[in-house]
Write a protein of this length. Structure first.
Length: 255
């Protein structure tokens, strides 16, 4: 079996494999070196030597298990190292609280470790406002606020339960209503396609822009025109970054 090549007495190797098994994202050996305190050249050697790991040819690029079945097996073998590894990932993420990687992962990882107070503290009103300002999709925001809400309930913080509850309700309502859409329809009704296109490009959220671009594409087809290559390209790019299963009825509207 492939696992026989692993020397479980090698603590650094086991920590590296545990990190790969329990982390949610793919990372480079540069990142893993910073997280685990293991020299990058050592991690590069492990990645090149172990045949059930996959990596790019250049040292320092992302490393992962070739097959999820092997990742699950490693997680079972190294479960005693899970808490230590996850705590080190948390410490690493907290060094850059505003980075995209931290924003996308930290609240979820903290909650699963039972560090509910830190979830609430991380999603403080000021940071939540900044996350809304830079967001491109509603659903990840709504999920983060949901984690804040359940974490506040765990530590019996009624004031924070109220804050997160109100934020979640507001975001849920906003995600189903796009005021720009009515204006775009009005411009198209007047035959003003260029203004409708310019207005569509101002939408902040990715799913809103995709929905508006889809409306523009259908308008051109109904009028015997082919959607411009640039519009088709934008639709393809926006579609590739969305999880349609989480858009509900709106996914049907976009399609």
């Amino acid at each position: 079996m492939e696992w026989r090549q692993i020397d479980e007495a090698d603590g650094q190797l086991c920590m590296f494999l545990a990190g790969l098994a329990f982390d949610r994202v793919r990372r480079s050996t540069v990142e893993w070196s910073a997280i685990l305190g293991i020299p990058q050249h050592q991690l590069d050697q492990y990645a090149d030597k172990i045949n059930f790991l996959a990596r790019e040819k250049r040292p320092g690029d992302e490393v992962s298990f070739r097959h999820d079945s092997m990742r699950r097996f490693a997680a079972e073998r190294l479960v005693d190292r899970k808490d230590v590894v996850v705590d080190r990932i948390i410490d690493y993420l907290k060094q850059t609280p505003e980075s995209d990687g931290t924003v996308s992962q930290l609240a979820e990882v903290l909650q699963e470790r039972g560090r509910f107070r830190e979830v609430v503290e991380y999603l403080a009103p000021e940071r939540l406002s900044r996350l809304v300002a830079r967001a491109e999709q509603w659903q990840p925001l709504i999920e983060k606020v949901g984690r804040g809400l359940s974490s506040a309930e765990h530590i019996n913080r009624e004031d924070e339960v109220l804050r997160f509850g109100l934020a979640q309700a507001a975001m849920t309502e906003l995600s189903s209503f796009d005021p720009i859409q009515s204006e775009v329809h009005a411009r198209l009704g007047l035959g003003d396609y260029d203004d409708a296109l310019a207005l569509s490009q101002t939408a902040q959220m990715r799913e809103d822009r995709l929905h508006l671009f889809a409306i523009l594409a259908r308008y051109r087809v109904r009028n015997g025109l082919k959607p411009e290559p640039e519009l088709q390209s934008q639709i393809a790019i926006l579609s590739s970054g969305l999880n349609f299963s989480k858009l509900g009825d709106r996914a049907v509207d976009i399609a």
